[in-house]
Design a protein around this ligand. Structure first.
Ligand code: ADP
Ligand code: MG
Length: 595
């Protein structure tokens, strides 16, 4: 294979660095990330970024941090040279963003690079890299306390890399994303981003909570902020804070998801999964939640050195962390009951929902109502009234207006309930609301092991395919726990012996067929919790009031009261809102009142 004698030689420094750069510097945005992190590590309180042509022509980062003494400039550019750690123990209590000592060496090896810096009381000096062996040149250069790194013509000497660059616009988007992420990582630092002489972003140091919120709104969008729930929780030595978008503010992509672990931006499949699980019950399949979250963990409990770009971490106790995150978010979501704080925002968040990507139209095709089911639903609503003991007509004047969802005034097209509050009009999607109420009730009953079930007078014979019969047989126990007694009778027939009381009068045969088809298509029993929830959700959907059915005022009011007290009541099982509110101010606007 070798034409000459085999010779093993040391790579010239620049080539060695260029190879290392393959891991650290994927694209201009990765350069920006490393440079900003260095500025943050240097205690800067103000960082300004200037870029041109998607960053491939110019990336400049200026900071007012501690600076680098002239005598250290050469060391800063050496590979594996860092001021941040000196032994292995340091690595387990790391507080800085950097520690690998590779970024500057890597970046300098694939660009025309210079760094100018001054420490307090010094004049300032500049180091320029040139030549294929990374020879450097240091010259005096006036600079205020702090550091400016200038990276031009990225990948000019690595054409293979350069070819991988996308369009200027795409690279700009990546730069912008990194900038926004960094701004959200440190509220105590001011940031500015200038692109081709235009100021794209500028955010000031934040001192108060209000200023922080303002920054989030500015960078992540006011719509997110309006639809967000704030999180602040400490337990088991962990702390989680930040904001999550309400389920009705969801995205078609995972583009508004930011997660920091000890200030470090992390992309971790397990963490993302934990968050998805928390949203599972309230988000339509295929949609993504939005969040900015901050997890604090004792540095000794987390290994940050598992990825060259430091974007992954490993936790000593992965399970504990995941459970903590999931539980915390689940709680915040389920405690988000309709109330005066959330209601005014709902209108806006639903706005963005409506303008967002369209949902599966199938969801709106509710089966036609059958009269038996109507009768049943009426009975149920009266039961609710008994239980909640809120007879709206029995409440005198003012009190009615304290109810978050107000009191019913009419039913609209058999689909919506219109309700009046002191400051607006509430519109409730009857079916969606009812479905959520039932679903939460079923889950609660299921967890307590007592879903009310009713024996059919005569078992219902259901003809199915052989495969479906097998599925039913395998899922027999689970179905029984959900209140469905389904026995295999022959190769392709089943006996339905009992059903959940809620379902008593529904079209049970159709429901069973739906369930079997779901079970057949991918709901494997090793994900039991998913299967159960899906089952319960199907039952809830089947048994709730259908569009088109007339409700009395008492029934409507009962539904409103029940919804106010239902966990996750703001959205149906598919993540659509159950209700919206149009504030009176908005109505006044529409009618040009007071103008
Ligand atoms: P690391 O950040 O992992 O230490 P880098 O290659 O990014 O490695 O930087 C090398 C060293 O250069 C840092 O440890 C730090 O001492 C110094 N340095 C880099 N950027 C700055 C800056 N903006 N201000 C002050 N010192 C810096
Ligand atoms: Mg660094």
């Amino acid at each position: 294979m070798y034409e000459k004698e085999l010779i093993i030689r040391k790579l010239p420094p620049r080539l060695a660095n260029q190879i290392a750069a393959g891991e650290v510097v994927e694209r201009p945005a990765s350069v920006l990330k490393e440079l900003i992190e260095n500025s943050l590590d240097a205690n800067a309180s103000q960082i300004s970024i200037t870029c041109k042509s998607g960053g491939s022509q110019l990336i400049r980062v200026e900071d007012n941090g501690i600076g680098i003494p002239e005598s250290e400039l050469n060391n800063a550019l050496d590979r594996h040279s860092t001021s941040k750690i000196s032994n292995l123990d340091d690595l387990s209590r790391i507080k800085t963003m950097g520690f690998r000592g590779e970024a500057l060496a890597s970046i300098a090896s694939v660009s025309r690079f210079s760094l100018t810096s001054a420490v307090s009381g010094s004049q300032g000096a500049k180091i320029i890299v040139n030549g294929r062996d990374m020879q450097t040149e240091v010259e005096p250069a006036p600079h205020p306390k702090g550091t400016t790194v200038n990276v031009e013509d990225l990948f000019f000497n690595t054409p293979a890399r350069r070819k991988f660059l996308r369009t200027e616009k795409t690279e700009f988007r990546h730069l912008d994303t990194v900038f926004v992420q960094q701004c959200l990582s440190r509220f105590d630092v001011g940031f500015k981003f200038i692109y081709h002489n235009r100021e794209i972003h500028s955010v000031e140091e934040c001192k108060s909570k209000t200023e922080k919120l303002y920054r989030v709104g500015k960078l992540f969008g006011q719509a997110f902020l309006d639809a967000s729930l704030s999180i602040d929780s400490n337990a088991v030595g962990l702390s989680l804070s930040g904001w999550i978008g309400r389920p009705t503010f969801n995205r078609s992509q995972a583009d508004l998801q930011i997660f920091f672990v000890n200030g470090r931006l992390i992309r971790d499949r397990n963490l993302t999964h934990a968050i998805r699980l928390a949203f599972k019950d309230v988000l339509f399949h295929g949609r993504y939640p939005a969040y900015v979250l901050y997890l604090l963990v004792a540095p000794s409990e987390v290994d940050v050195n598992v990825h060259p770009a430091k974007s992954e971490v490993r936790f000593l106790n992965q399970r504990l962390v995941q459970d903590f995150i999931r539980r915390t978010i689940e709680k915040v979501l389920s405690d988000d009951l309709p109330n005066s704080n959330s209601s005014t925002n709902i209108f806006k968040s639903t706005d963005s929902f409506a303008s967002g990507k369209k949902f599966n139209p199938m969801l709106n095709q509710f089966p036609i109502n059958d009269s038996l089911q109507q009768k049943h639903s009426v009975a149920f609503l009266f039961q609710l009234a008994e239980r909640t003991r809120v007879y709206p007509d029995g409440l005198e004047g003012e009190k009615q207006y304290l109810l978050p969802l107000g009191h019913a005034i009419a039913q609209f097209l058999g689909i919506y309930i219109l309700a009046e509050t002191s400051d607006g009009l509430v519109i409730v999607d009857m079916h969606a609301a009812h479905e959520r109420i039932y679903y939460e009730k079923l889950k609660k009953d299921f967890n307590q092991g007592n879903i009310n079930s009713q024996r059919l007078l005569v078992p219902l014979n259901i003809e199915v395919s052989e495969a479906e019969a097998t599925v039913a047989e395998d899922a027999e126990d689970l179905l029984a726990q959900c209140g469905i007694q389904l026995i295999r009778r022959s190769t392709n027939s089943l006996f339905l012996e009992s059903v959940p009381t809620l379902l008593e009068h529904s079209d049970c045969e159709q429901l069973i067929k739906d369930i079997l088809s779901d079970l057949k298509h991918g709901y494997s029993t090793d994900r039991l919790n998913d299967v159960t929830n899906h089952l319960l959700s199907t039952i809830a959907c089947r048994s709730s009031v259908r569009a088109g059915r007339r409700l009395t005022k008492i029934e409507m009011d009962c539904l409103l009261r029940e919804l106010e007290n239902t966990q996750r009541g703001n959205q149906c099982n598919h993540g659509r809102p159950t209700w919206i509110k149009i504030p009176i101010s908005k109505l006044d606007n529409l009618f040009l009142r007071g103008k």
